[in-house]
Design a protein around this ligand. Structure first.
Ligand code: PEP
Ligand code: MG
Length: 572
């Protein structure tokens, strides 16, 4: 039995066997061969297995993510049947007497480099397709497993060094009962997605991949961050009981689904949800969300080979707005970069991706991409209660430029005779300390703020949100963070604006009373945190919490803050 402690990333208990998701070792040696025909046959066998796998993945993707994502696999299947690629591989085997692995790799490389260097987006995408499919064929030639989360058809817990957001998006909840990783933090995007998918997860265990063998039994306790490999009968029993208690607790919370979120003195605060796709709206409504406080639109751009068109975006935004009716929906414009990559944009690797060319920085330079999104949003605005916000604003000039482009697109649409809602609020995320410090100046020009603590904490504390080794510095309750948050809320209120929070801190049990006391207007969180938060807020007095503000802000450490707030709320 092995016990590991990690970071509890998504509530719930999973007990199932280990499925290791790891990049396969595709190294090979180049050999001279004697029987070219046999080698060509090996190649075709590998191509055939790859094709049948891709057909299955395509069917699964069509069912879960829709036509557009399934089209990627149609493109992959075309590559595998393309004589322009396959014939030169066969020729190489026959004329140079080399093994299929070498012929495949060298020929594919030639095409990949040729397509990559063409000044044509379509051809660049073909390069990516060839790269993807050759890896699969190579794995079959070498007889090594090529892991496909989409093909899992039995109950498992995924064990990986890390999971990318697109790996996470592919997970099938029916079979994937939980996951656990070596690296990552509570605010890495795969952790955030696990919470939307309601898959129990423990991240940042440091060495689960070294401890958990394929097919061994594993328990993932996403409530307290425990992972047990090869558990005893006793452990299994006690974790089953823990799961049953958690289910009972969820039923209690569910009673408040249609109740108002009011403090003990009857003051309303808004509890909204963070979403990544239109499909997530169902969970928001099922959990009694009063709005969408953050729609991370970048997932529309990820897991595919090209930019989404204006029409695709219009459909996604309209779908969210219609499902939410007159409830507010805050859509954040594209925030790519950091741990969210878009391979097809072919951006150079950076030393510090979280501090690099990302989000609004990219959108202001690539305004061709930005304008398409803004047009889609403006057109969709007639279907509901849309608010738009820009991510990663560092300077007032950036906000003005982004808003200027939005206004230009609005004018263009109106002059084309299109309808656009007249009252769209335009706000910004506060996630870079520079904006929190001079929030007063920003408050004069924005309609609202949404505080992105996931990034604000990492930038203020200089502690990478993805790095479990510095997670002790990632301190939401550090007085420095509380000062910045307070500054933003005061600035908004002084200018008659509202301030929300869409970072994970907004749904945190210890942070909620603090934020309530500081006067936060809107709390936006994972849908599954809404009901526990509503339960908690109904027992808190905002007035009393507000009276502690000065004392809280004068504290020296996060520990003091936590001890103080615990003492005060226990007595409420
Ligand atoms: C944040 O930074 O707090 C935030 C909500 O944005 P993301 O987690 O997508 O970076
Ligand atoms: Mg952010």
């Amino acid at each position: 039995m092995t016990h590991l402690q990690g970071i509890a990333a998504s509530n719930g208990i999973a007990i199932a066997k280990v499925y290791r998701l790891e990049a396969p070792d595709l190294s090979y040696s180049k050999n001279e061969i004697q029987q070219p025909d046999q080698e060509v046959k090996r190649l075709h066998d590998a191509l055939d297995v790859s094709k049948s796998e891709l057909e299955k993945i395509k069917a699964h993707t069509l069912e879960t993510l829709g036509q557009e994502h399934a089209d990627i696999f149609s493109a992959h299947l075309l590559v595998l049947s393309d004589p322009e690629l396959i014939k030169p591989i066969e020729d190489k085997i026959k004329t140079e007497n080399v093994n299929a692995e070498a012929a495949l790799d060298e020929t594919a490389d030639l095409f990949i480099n040729m397509f990559k260097n063409m000044d044509n987006e379509y051809m660049k995408e073909r390069a990516a397709d060839i790269q993807d499919v050759t890896k699969r064929v190579m794995a079959h030639l070498l007889n090594v497993t090529f892991p496909d989360p989409a093909l899992i058809n039995e109950e498992v817990v995924i064990v990986a060094d890390d999971l990318t957001p697109s790996d996470t998006a592919q997970l099938n909840k029916q079979y994937v009962k939980g996951f656990t990783t070596d690296i990552g933090g509570r605010t890495s995007h795969s952790a955030i997605m696990a919470r939307s998918l309601e898959i129990p997860a423990v991240v940042g265990t440091k060495d689960i991949t070294a401890k958990a063998e394929k097919d061994s039994l594993i328990i993932v306790d996403g409530i307290d961050g425990n992972v047990i490999v090869n558990p005893s009968e006793e452990d299994i029993q006690s974790y089953k009981e823990k799961q049953a208690d958690f289910d009972k607790q969820k039923q209690e919370w569910a009673k408040l689904k249609d109740e108002a979120t009011v403090t003990s003195e009857g003051e309303h605060v808004e509890l909204a949800a963070n979403i990544g796709t239109p499909e997530d709206v169902e969970g928001v409504l099922a959990n009694g969300g009063e709005g969408v406080g953050l729609y991370r639109t970048e997932f529309l751009y990820m897991g595919k080979n090209q930019l989404p068109t204006e029409e695709e975006q219009y459909d996604a935004y309209s779908s969210v707005l219609k499902q939410m009716g007159d409830k507010p929906v805050v859509v954040r414009t594209l925030d790519i970069g950091g741990d969210k990559e878009l391979d097809y944009l072919d951006l150079p690797d950076e030393m510090n991706p979280f501090l690099g060319f990302r989000a609004i920085r990219l959108c202001l330079e690539r305004d061709d991409i930005f304008r398409v999104q803004l047009r889609a949003l403006l057109r969709a605005s007639v279907h509901g209660n849309l608010k738009i916000m820009f991510p990663m604003i560092a300077t007032l000039d950036e906000f003005r430029q982004a808003k200027g482009i939005l206004d230009e697109e609005r004018e263009k649409l109106l002059s084309e005779g299109m309808e656009v809602a007249g009252d769209i609020e335009v706000g910004m995320m506060v996630e870079i300390p520079s904006t929190a410090v001079i929030a007063r100046q920003f408050a004069k020009e924005v309609d609202f703020f949404s505080i992105g603590t996931n990034d604000l904490i990492q930038y203020t504390m200089a502690a990478d949100r993805m790095n479990e080794r510095v997670s002790y510095l990632y301190q939401p309750y550090n007085p420095a963070i509380l000062h910045l948050v307070n500054n933003v809320i005061e600035a908004a209120h002084a200018e008659g604006k509202w301030a929300g929070m869409c970072g994970e801190m907004a749904g945190d049990e210890i942070a909620i009373p603090i934020l309530l006391g500081l006067g936060l207007d809107e709390f936006s969180m994972s849908a599954t945190s809404i009901l526990p938060a509503r339960t908690q807020i109904r027992n808190l007095s905002k007035k009393e919490l507000a009276s502690f503000k000065k004392e809280l802000l004068s504290m020296g450490t996060a520990e003091e803050v936590v001890a103080f707030i615990k003492e005060k709320t226990e007595s409420q």
